[in-house]
Design a protein around this ligand. Sequence first.
Ligand SMILES: CC(C)(COP(=O)(O)OP(=O)(O)OC[C@H]1O[C@@H](n2cnc3c(N)ncnc32)[C@H](O)[C@@H]1OP(=O)(O)O)[C@@H](O)C(=O)NCCC(=O)NCCS
Length: 158
Amino acid sequence: MQNIIKYRSYQTSNFQDLLEFLSTVEKDFYPPLSKRTTLRNYLLSDLVENSYTYLALCNDSIIGFINLQINEPAKNDTNINTVAIHPKFRKMGIATQLMGNVINFAKTNGFGCIKTRTWSINNSGLGLYKKFGFEVDYIVKNDRENNVDSIYLVNKFT
Ligand SMILES: CC(C)(COP(=O)(O)OP(=O)(O)OC[C@H]1O[C@@H](n2cnc3c(N)ncnc32)[C@H](O)[C@@H]1OP(=O)(O)O)[C@@H](O)C(=O)NCCC(=O)NCCS
C-alpha cells in the first residue's frame, strides 16, 4: 500500500508528538541535539517560540518537519533551525516539499534571505540546501567534535 504523506503547519497540540519525533532523529545530528540541552527545552526555545514549523505526516504520525526562526520586525533574514525526516521516509522528496514551503513562506512574508548552518560531513543536508540555491557563507573550522567544521549557508532572494 502506498503511504500518503500530508503536510501542514505545526499547532500547539502537536507538541508531544513533535517531541517524540525529535527523540527518534536527534542522534542523526552532529553532535546529537540532546548534547546541547534537553529535547524539551530545545523544542520550547528554538522550535516553537517565534517560529514557523511545517510538518510532514503519514497516517497522522509526524515523519518530518522543518523549522524557520522568525526574526521580526527587521525581516532582513530568517534562519532554518532544523529540518529532519524519519529515516524510513528519506530520499522520497519529503524534505524537498518542506523546504519549498518555508522558502515560499519567507518570500511571501518579506524576508530578504534565509540563513542556516550544518556540519561538513552532512552530505544529505548539504545536498538539500544546495538543491534550493543556498550558498556557503562562511565555515568555522573544527567547530564540532572530531574536527568537523560548521558550514554556514545563505539563500538570498534579492
Ligand atoms: C537531510 C534530510 C532532511 C533530507 O531529507 P529527505 O526527505 O531525504 O530529502 P529529499 O528526498 O527531499 O532530497 C532532497 C535533496 O537532498 C539531497 N540528499 C538527500 N539525501 C541525500 C543523501 N543520502 N546523499 C546526498 N544527498 C542527499 C539531494 O540533493 C536531494 O535532491 P535530489 O533527490 O533531487 O538529488 C534527511 O536526510 C535527514 O533528516 N537527515 C538528518 C537530519 C539532518 O541532517 N538535517 C539537515 C541539517 S539541519
